[in-house]
Design a protein around this ligand. Structure first.
Ligand code: FES
Length: 152
């Protein structure tokens, strides 16, 4: 949970609004591309009662929680929370999808659950020296196989 983990290719979420949701070590996350083109990752956990707000992969303008309809934008900010305006002490500005560190290297998307992790650019510096000549940023995903394995 402290290393940078490769979770896919940038072209899988090529357009603004594209997203992919999955679990890593039991932790639900959603990776999105926002309207400005930035790739970001969030815990796929509604700030209300923890239900996942995204499933599978696709394209959307926002994420609506299926439980009580809380609505989040592509940057994880809470846009709306039905029936909460009269709730005592409720401050929508403090509610959002929790961000997870995210970055790309040569078209690969990485996440890191450790907010204090070294920057991805430093983590991959040695790979850049050894593998940069491959120019994997030019590659495009042709097929995808999913395996579930017990490993670290
Ligand atoms: S759990 Fe998401 S809106 Fe209630």
């Amino acid at each position: 949970m402290k290393d940078w983990l490769c979770v896919g290719r940038a072209e899988e979420i090529d357009k603004p609004g594209d997203f992919m949701a999955f679990c890593i070590m039991g932790e639900p996350i959603v990776v999105t591309r926002n309207h400005a083109g930035a790739i970001q990752a969030f815990a796929n956990v509604c700030a209300h009662r923890g239900v996942g707000v995204a499933g599978g992969a696709g394209n959307t303008g926002e994420f609506m929680c299926p439980y009580h309809g809380w609505l989040y934008d592509l940057d994880g900010r809470l846009l709306g929370a039905p029936y909460m305006k009269d709730a005592e002490g409720f401050d929508p500005k403090t509610c959002r999808l929790p961000p997870i560190q995210c970055g790309t290297w040569q078209g690969w998307v990485f996440v890191n659950f450790d907010a204090g992790a070294i920057p991805l650019v430093d983590y991959v510096a040695d790979w850049d020296r050894k593998l940069g000549f491959l120019h994997m940023e030019r590659c495009r995903l042709a097929d995808k196989l999913v395996f579930e394995i017990d490993c670290n």
